[in-house]
Design a protein around this ligand. Structure first.
Ligand SMILES: NC(=O)c1ccc[n+]([C@@H]2O[C@H](COP(=O)([O-])OP(=O)(O)OC[C@H]3O[C@@H](n4cnc5c(N)ncnc54)[C@H](O)[C@@H]3O)[C@@H](O)[C@H]2O)c1
Length: 332
């Protein structure tokens, strides 16, 4: 990490909601390495990615609070005296949000409102980072997608992320709470749940290939996606929170590169050396919310903070496979 960023985090008190999951735990590892005092809040909810093994090697250096971000009293306590709050707790599946829109709104909107209100009352000087999604854009009109692309969210997950982002902007503009807002592309990498395909599809496909199974692709697999390696992504969160020119800004966070779905799956099978790929018809409920090709325009973030993605897809997939081969028993 850059020297000035390391200096910034030394001794800082950090809260990470959803900190037992993929992104939150990875931020925790890096923050601890830079000398920050880290507290994690996580509700350990199924079917999301909470996994104690994600923080096993730093468990003596962090505080873990098992609580729900919707719990007013618990969050009031958790945000007290914090310098930075990374808000990663979420209902993460856009398909599940169709099945249970109330749960999605409750966690992804009301839960985040609760965290922000607690920050306003208890720690108004804290810097707050939000983790939105590329799905906020809905159907894609042009690529690469910049932050001015129209927002036309198609699922409760996507529109709750849009209203939550507006809520963060409100707290930034009206209550002067420094917020940094991200729209994440398709993340993958270390510390992700490997049990289901509800999100982080690369990880699920890696798991399928490792078990020698067939990877099923809906349609012809020609649709392009922007895959961002978790280690690169978490650097961006940490650097942005340490860079005042990013406060109040919305950033796309991706690799800036579009890869065909079929190509991604074939790369996995090739590197794992097991598994196969098959193509089937799109199920109707998936087709209804399909957005078309998505490639992030990342020029805003790369020109605002000293960050650029470092890991190409082949290398990121290889590192991910090596991690799960080593720690198979903790994720499968
Ligand atoms: N993984 C993706 O594909 C993806 C894509 C775009 C955006 N995001 C966003 O990134 C953030 C982090 O996702 P992730 O990939 O690390 O997912 P994850 O499932 O690995 O982690 C989410 C964590 O939040 C916790 N959690 C869920 N509801 C909670 C609640 N009410 N209170 C406290 N904790 C709760 C879960 O137990 C889990 O540990 C989320 O906001 C998600 O919407 C993820």
């Amino acid at each position: 990490m850059l020297d000035n960023v390391e200096h910034f985090y030394k001794g800082k008190k950090i809260l990470i909601t959803g900190g037992l999951g993929m992104i939150g735990s990875s931020v925790a590892h890096k923050a601890v390495a830079m000398g920050a005092e880290v507290t994690i809040v996580d509700a350990v909810k199924e079917p999301y990615g909470a996994n104690y093994f994600n923080v096993d090697s730093i468990k003596e250096q962090i505080a873990i609070v098992i609580a729900d971000i919707r719990d007013k009293q618990a969050m009031k306590e958790a945000v007290k005296k914090k310098d930075i709050v990374f808000n990663f707790a979420a209902q993460v599946s856009h398909n599940d949000s169709i099945a249970d829109p109330f749960l999605d709104a409750d966690i992804n909107y009301i839960g985040h409102l609760n965290v922000l209100e607690c920050i306003r009352l208890e720690s108004p000087n804290a810097i707050v980072v939000n983790s939105g999604s590329r799905l906020q854009y809905g159907p894609i009109l042009y690529n690469p997608v910049d932050e001015s692309h129209p927002l036309d969210p198609k699922t409760p997950y996507a529109f709750n992320k849009v209203v939550a982002e507006n809520m963060y902007k409100y707290y930034h503009n009206i209550h002067n709470i420094q917020c940094v807002l991200f729209r994440i592309a398709n993340p993958y990498g270390l510390r992700c749940q490997m049990k289901h395909a509800k999100y982080s599809i690369i990880n699920f496909f890696i798991g399928q290939a490792m078990k020698g199974n067939t990877i099923t692709i809906f349609g012809d697999g020609e649709q392009k996606r922007d895959y961002i390696f978790n280690e690169d992504m978490t650097d961006a969160f940490l650097i942005a929170a340490a860079t005042p020119s990013s406060y109040g800004q919305v950033f796309n966070l991706g690799s800036g590169i579009g890869t065909k779905f079929s190509e991604m799956a074939k790369t996995i099978v090739e590197i794992v050396g097991k598994g196969s790929v098959e193509f089937v018809e799109w199920p109707e409920n998936y087709l209804n919310v399909e957005t078309g090709d998505y490639i992030s325009n990342i020029s805003k973030i790369t020109s605002t903070i000293p960050w650029a993605p470092k890991t190409d897809l082949h290398d990121g997939i290889k590192q991910t496979i090596e991690y799960y081969q080593q720690y198979y028993q903790y994720y499968f």
